[in-house]
Design a protein around this ligand. Structure first.
Ligand code: NAD
Length: 485
């Protein structure tokens, strides 16, 4: 049942208790490539939010009581429908988010892989018998679904950031209310339609598009029926939402911002390092939390590496995500353009050298930014301290390994990190010392459902994917049985 037209999955109302729910007001969702309004979407209000939480609470007992195998079967059916509709989902995503269609297709596959992965994990979630009890006692613990969960997600991966939360929550036996980003609600609503078509019962998944994130977020983070709150987004908003969750002591997972170092040692395969840096940096026009933000290159190979990068930058193709062979599309909005331009201006004003780019591409549209290479970054510059979230490679040179590690770790956040070297002893040393939740060594691609995705320091709490991901949606209950002697 494959319908590859995007309009087949275009939904504009909220999804509450298995039904499409209209709102008294709508907001515009726009195509960043053209500025055109794609859809007018329900601006969910507080009454709708309460209705969604009530629906999730009512659906919980039955959903939680299903056998893990039954939940897994429904998840697998949803996974198949997502893959069957890959083209339509990708078109929706490119239209609302701007990324190239091929990249959107990859995101749909990547997002779907979490549904498949957690269908498997549903069936493999074990308790533990605790070996040594007191005489006449025996103890064990079991894992139970935590209950109703709420999620708030960002615009940069409008599909995968949602399946990464919904799939483990549903696998564990939880129900969920999701508030997608206001720029990209259409991918979320399409996912809800496919879950419904797959037979996932009413109330298990509820989606609230809204243009009032703070008001709806406040309900989701303070409502006593919600036992778990999961957020992907900026560190500033994550801190605020974590504080709001304190009033009801919710279990919290946070996937927040990063400032990834990408270290090129003199013993690296430079061709590979340049290719992996380009791959890591220009995915989604640089708008990813694990994008290389501070590129640290050893002095002895600096000029050779800069030359390699320059020639690779010239080969990039920029344009609308619907054009073939495009490497990246527009940035998400004017604020994103202003931020990137501001970071470049600040770096240049403080002595950095602009080698390539550093400008808009107005012939393509107002939100296109040229591939940019800038050298001479220092830790004091804003570009080294903030997420660039744009198509900019910012380079700083270093002299030895100790300095590289010091520079890399000099950030309050620690999401991803990368380094390139052919020396296996250096791999062991540096991977132990770098302060981040995920490391890519000689690769710029580190996101897979089987990997533990997440950060340390101010990049967050908890992990998504991998064998540990389902635990974020479970409570451990310890049981001691006496009178056995
Ligand atoms: P953002 O924090 O502005 O928004 C994220 C979500 O929070 C959106 O749904 C938004 O509507 C909502 N939101 C904003 N203010 C809110 C408030 N006061 N109360 C409740 N909800 C609120 O971030 P963004 O610009 O959408 O996304 C980019 C950020 O997300 C970057 O910092 C990026 O690094 C991070 N990110 C992290 C990961 C990860 O896995 N660690 C993945 C993707 C993106």
């Amino acid at each position: 049942m494959s319908n590859q037209s995007m309009t087949s999955l275009l939904r504009t109302e909220a999804f509450i208790n298995g039904r499409w729910a209209s709102a008294s007001h709508q907001f515009d969702v726009c195509n960043p490539a053209t500025g055109a309004v794609i859809a007018k979407v329900a601006n969910s209000d507080s009454a709708m939010t309460h209705a969604a939480i009530d629906a999730a609470a009512q659906a919980l007992p039955q959903w939680r009581a299903l056998l893990p195998k039954q939940r897994a079967q429904l998840l697998r059916r949803w996974h198949q429908l997502v893959l069957d509709n890959k083209r339509a989902l990708a078109e929706l995503m490119t239209t609302e988010q701007g990324k190239p269609l091929a990249e959107a297709m990859t995101e749909v596959e990547y997002g779907a892989s979490y549904i498949d992965w957690f269908a498997g994990e549903a069936e493999r979630s074990y308790g533990t018998i605790l070996s040594q009890g007191a005489t006449g006692h025996k103890s064990w613990y079991i894992r139970q679904a935590i209950g109703v969960c709420a999620a708030i997600t960002p615009w940069n991966f409008p599909h995968a950031m949602i399946t990464r939360k919904l799939a483990p929550a549903l696998a564990a036996g939880c129900t969920m209310v999701v508030k997608p980003a206001e720029a990209t609600p259409l991918s979320a609503l399409a996912l809800a339609q496919l879950a419904h078509d797959a037979g996932i019962p009413a109330g298990v998944i509820n989606i609230l598009p809204t243009q009032q994130p703070a008001a709806i977020g406040e309900i989701l983070t303070t409502h006593p029926d919600i036992k778990k709150f999961t957020f992907t987004g900026s560190t500033a908003v994550g801190k605020q939402l974590m504080a709001q969750c304190a009033s009801t002591v919710k279990k919290v997972s946070l996937e927040l911002g990063g400032n990834a170092p990408f270290i090129v040692f003199e013993d690296a395969n430079l061709e590979l390092a340049a290719a992996e840096l380009i791959r890591c940096k220009f995915r989604n026009a640089g708008q990813t939390c694990i994008s290389a933000n501070r590129v640290l290159v050893q002095h002895s190979v600096l000029s050779q590496f800069l030359e390699l990068l320059q020639s690779k930058l010239q080969q990039l193709t920029i344009g609308s995500g619907f054009e073939p062979a495009v490497d990246y599309g527009p940035l998400i909005n004017q604020a994103a353009i202003d931020k990137v331009a501001g970071l470049i201006a600040d770096a240049v004003a403080h002595g950095a050298e602009l080698i390539a780019g550093g400008k808009l591409l107005p012939e393509l549209g107002p939100l296109y930014y040229a591939p940019t290479l800038i050298f001479g970054i220092t830790p004091a510059m804003r570009i080294a301290q903030e997420e660039i979230f744009g198509p900019v490679i910012a380079i700083q040179a270093f002299t030895d390994e100790a300095q590289a590690i010091r520079l890399a770790n000099a950030a309050p956040v620690g999401l991803a990190g990368y380094f390139c070297t052919e020396d296996y002893r250096r791999i062991e040393r540096v991977s132990t010392l770098l302060e981040c939740g995920m490391l890519g060594i000689n690769t710029g691609a580190i996101s897979h459902a089987y990997n533990a995705f997440g950060g340390i320091k101010e990049s967050g709490i908890g992990r998504e994917g991998s064998p540990v991901g389902i635990a974020e949606y479970q409570e451990i209950k310890n049981i001691t049985l006496g009178d056995l002697a």
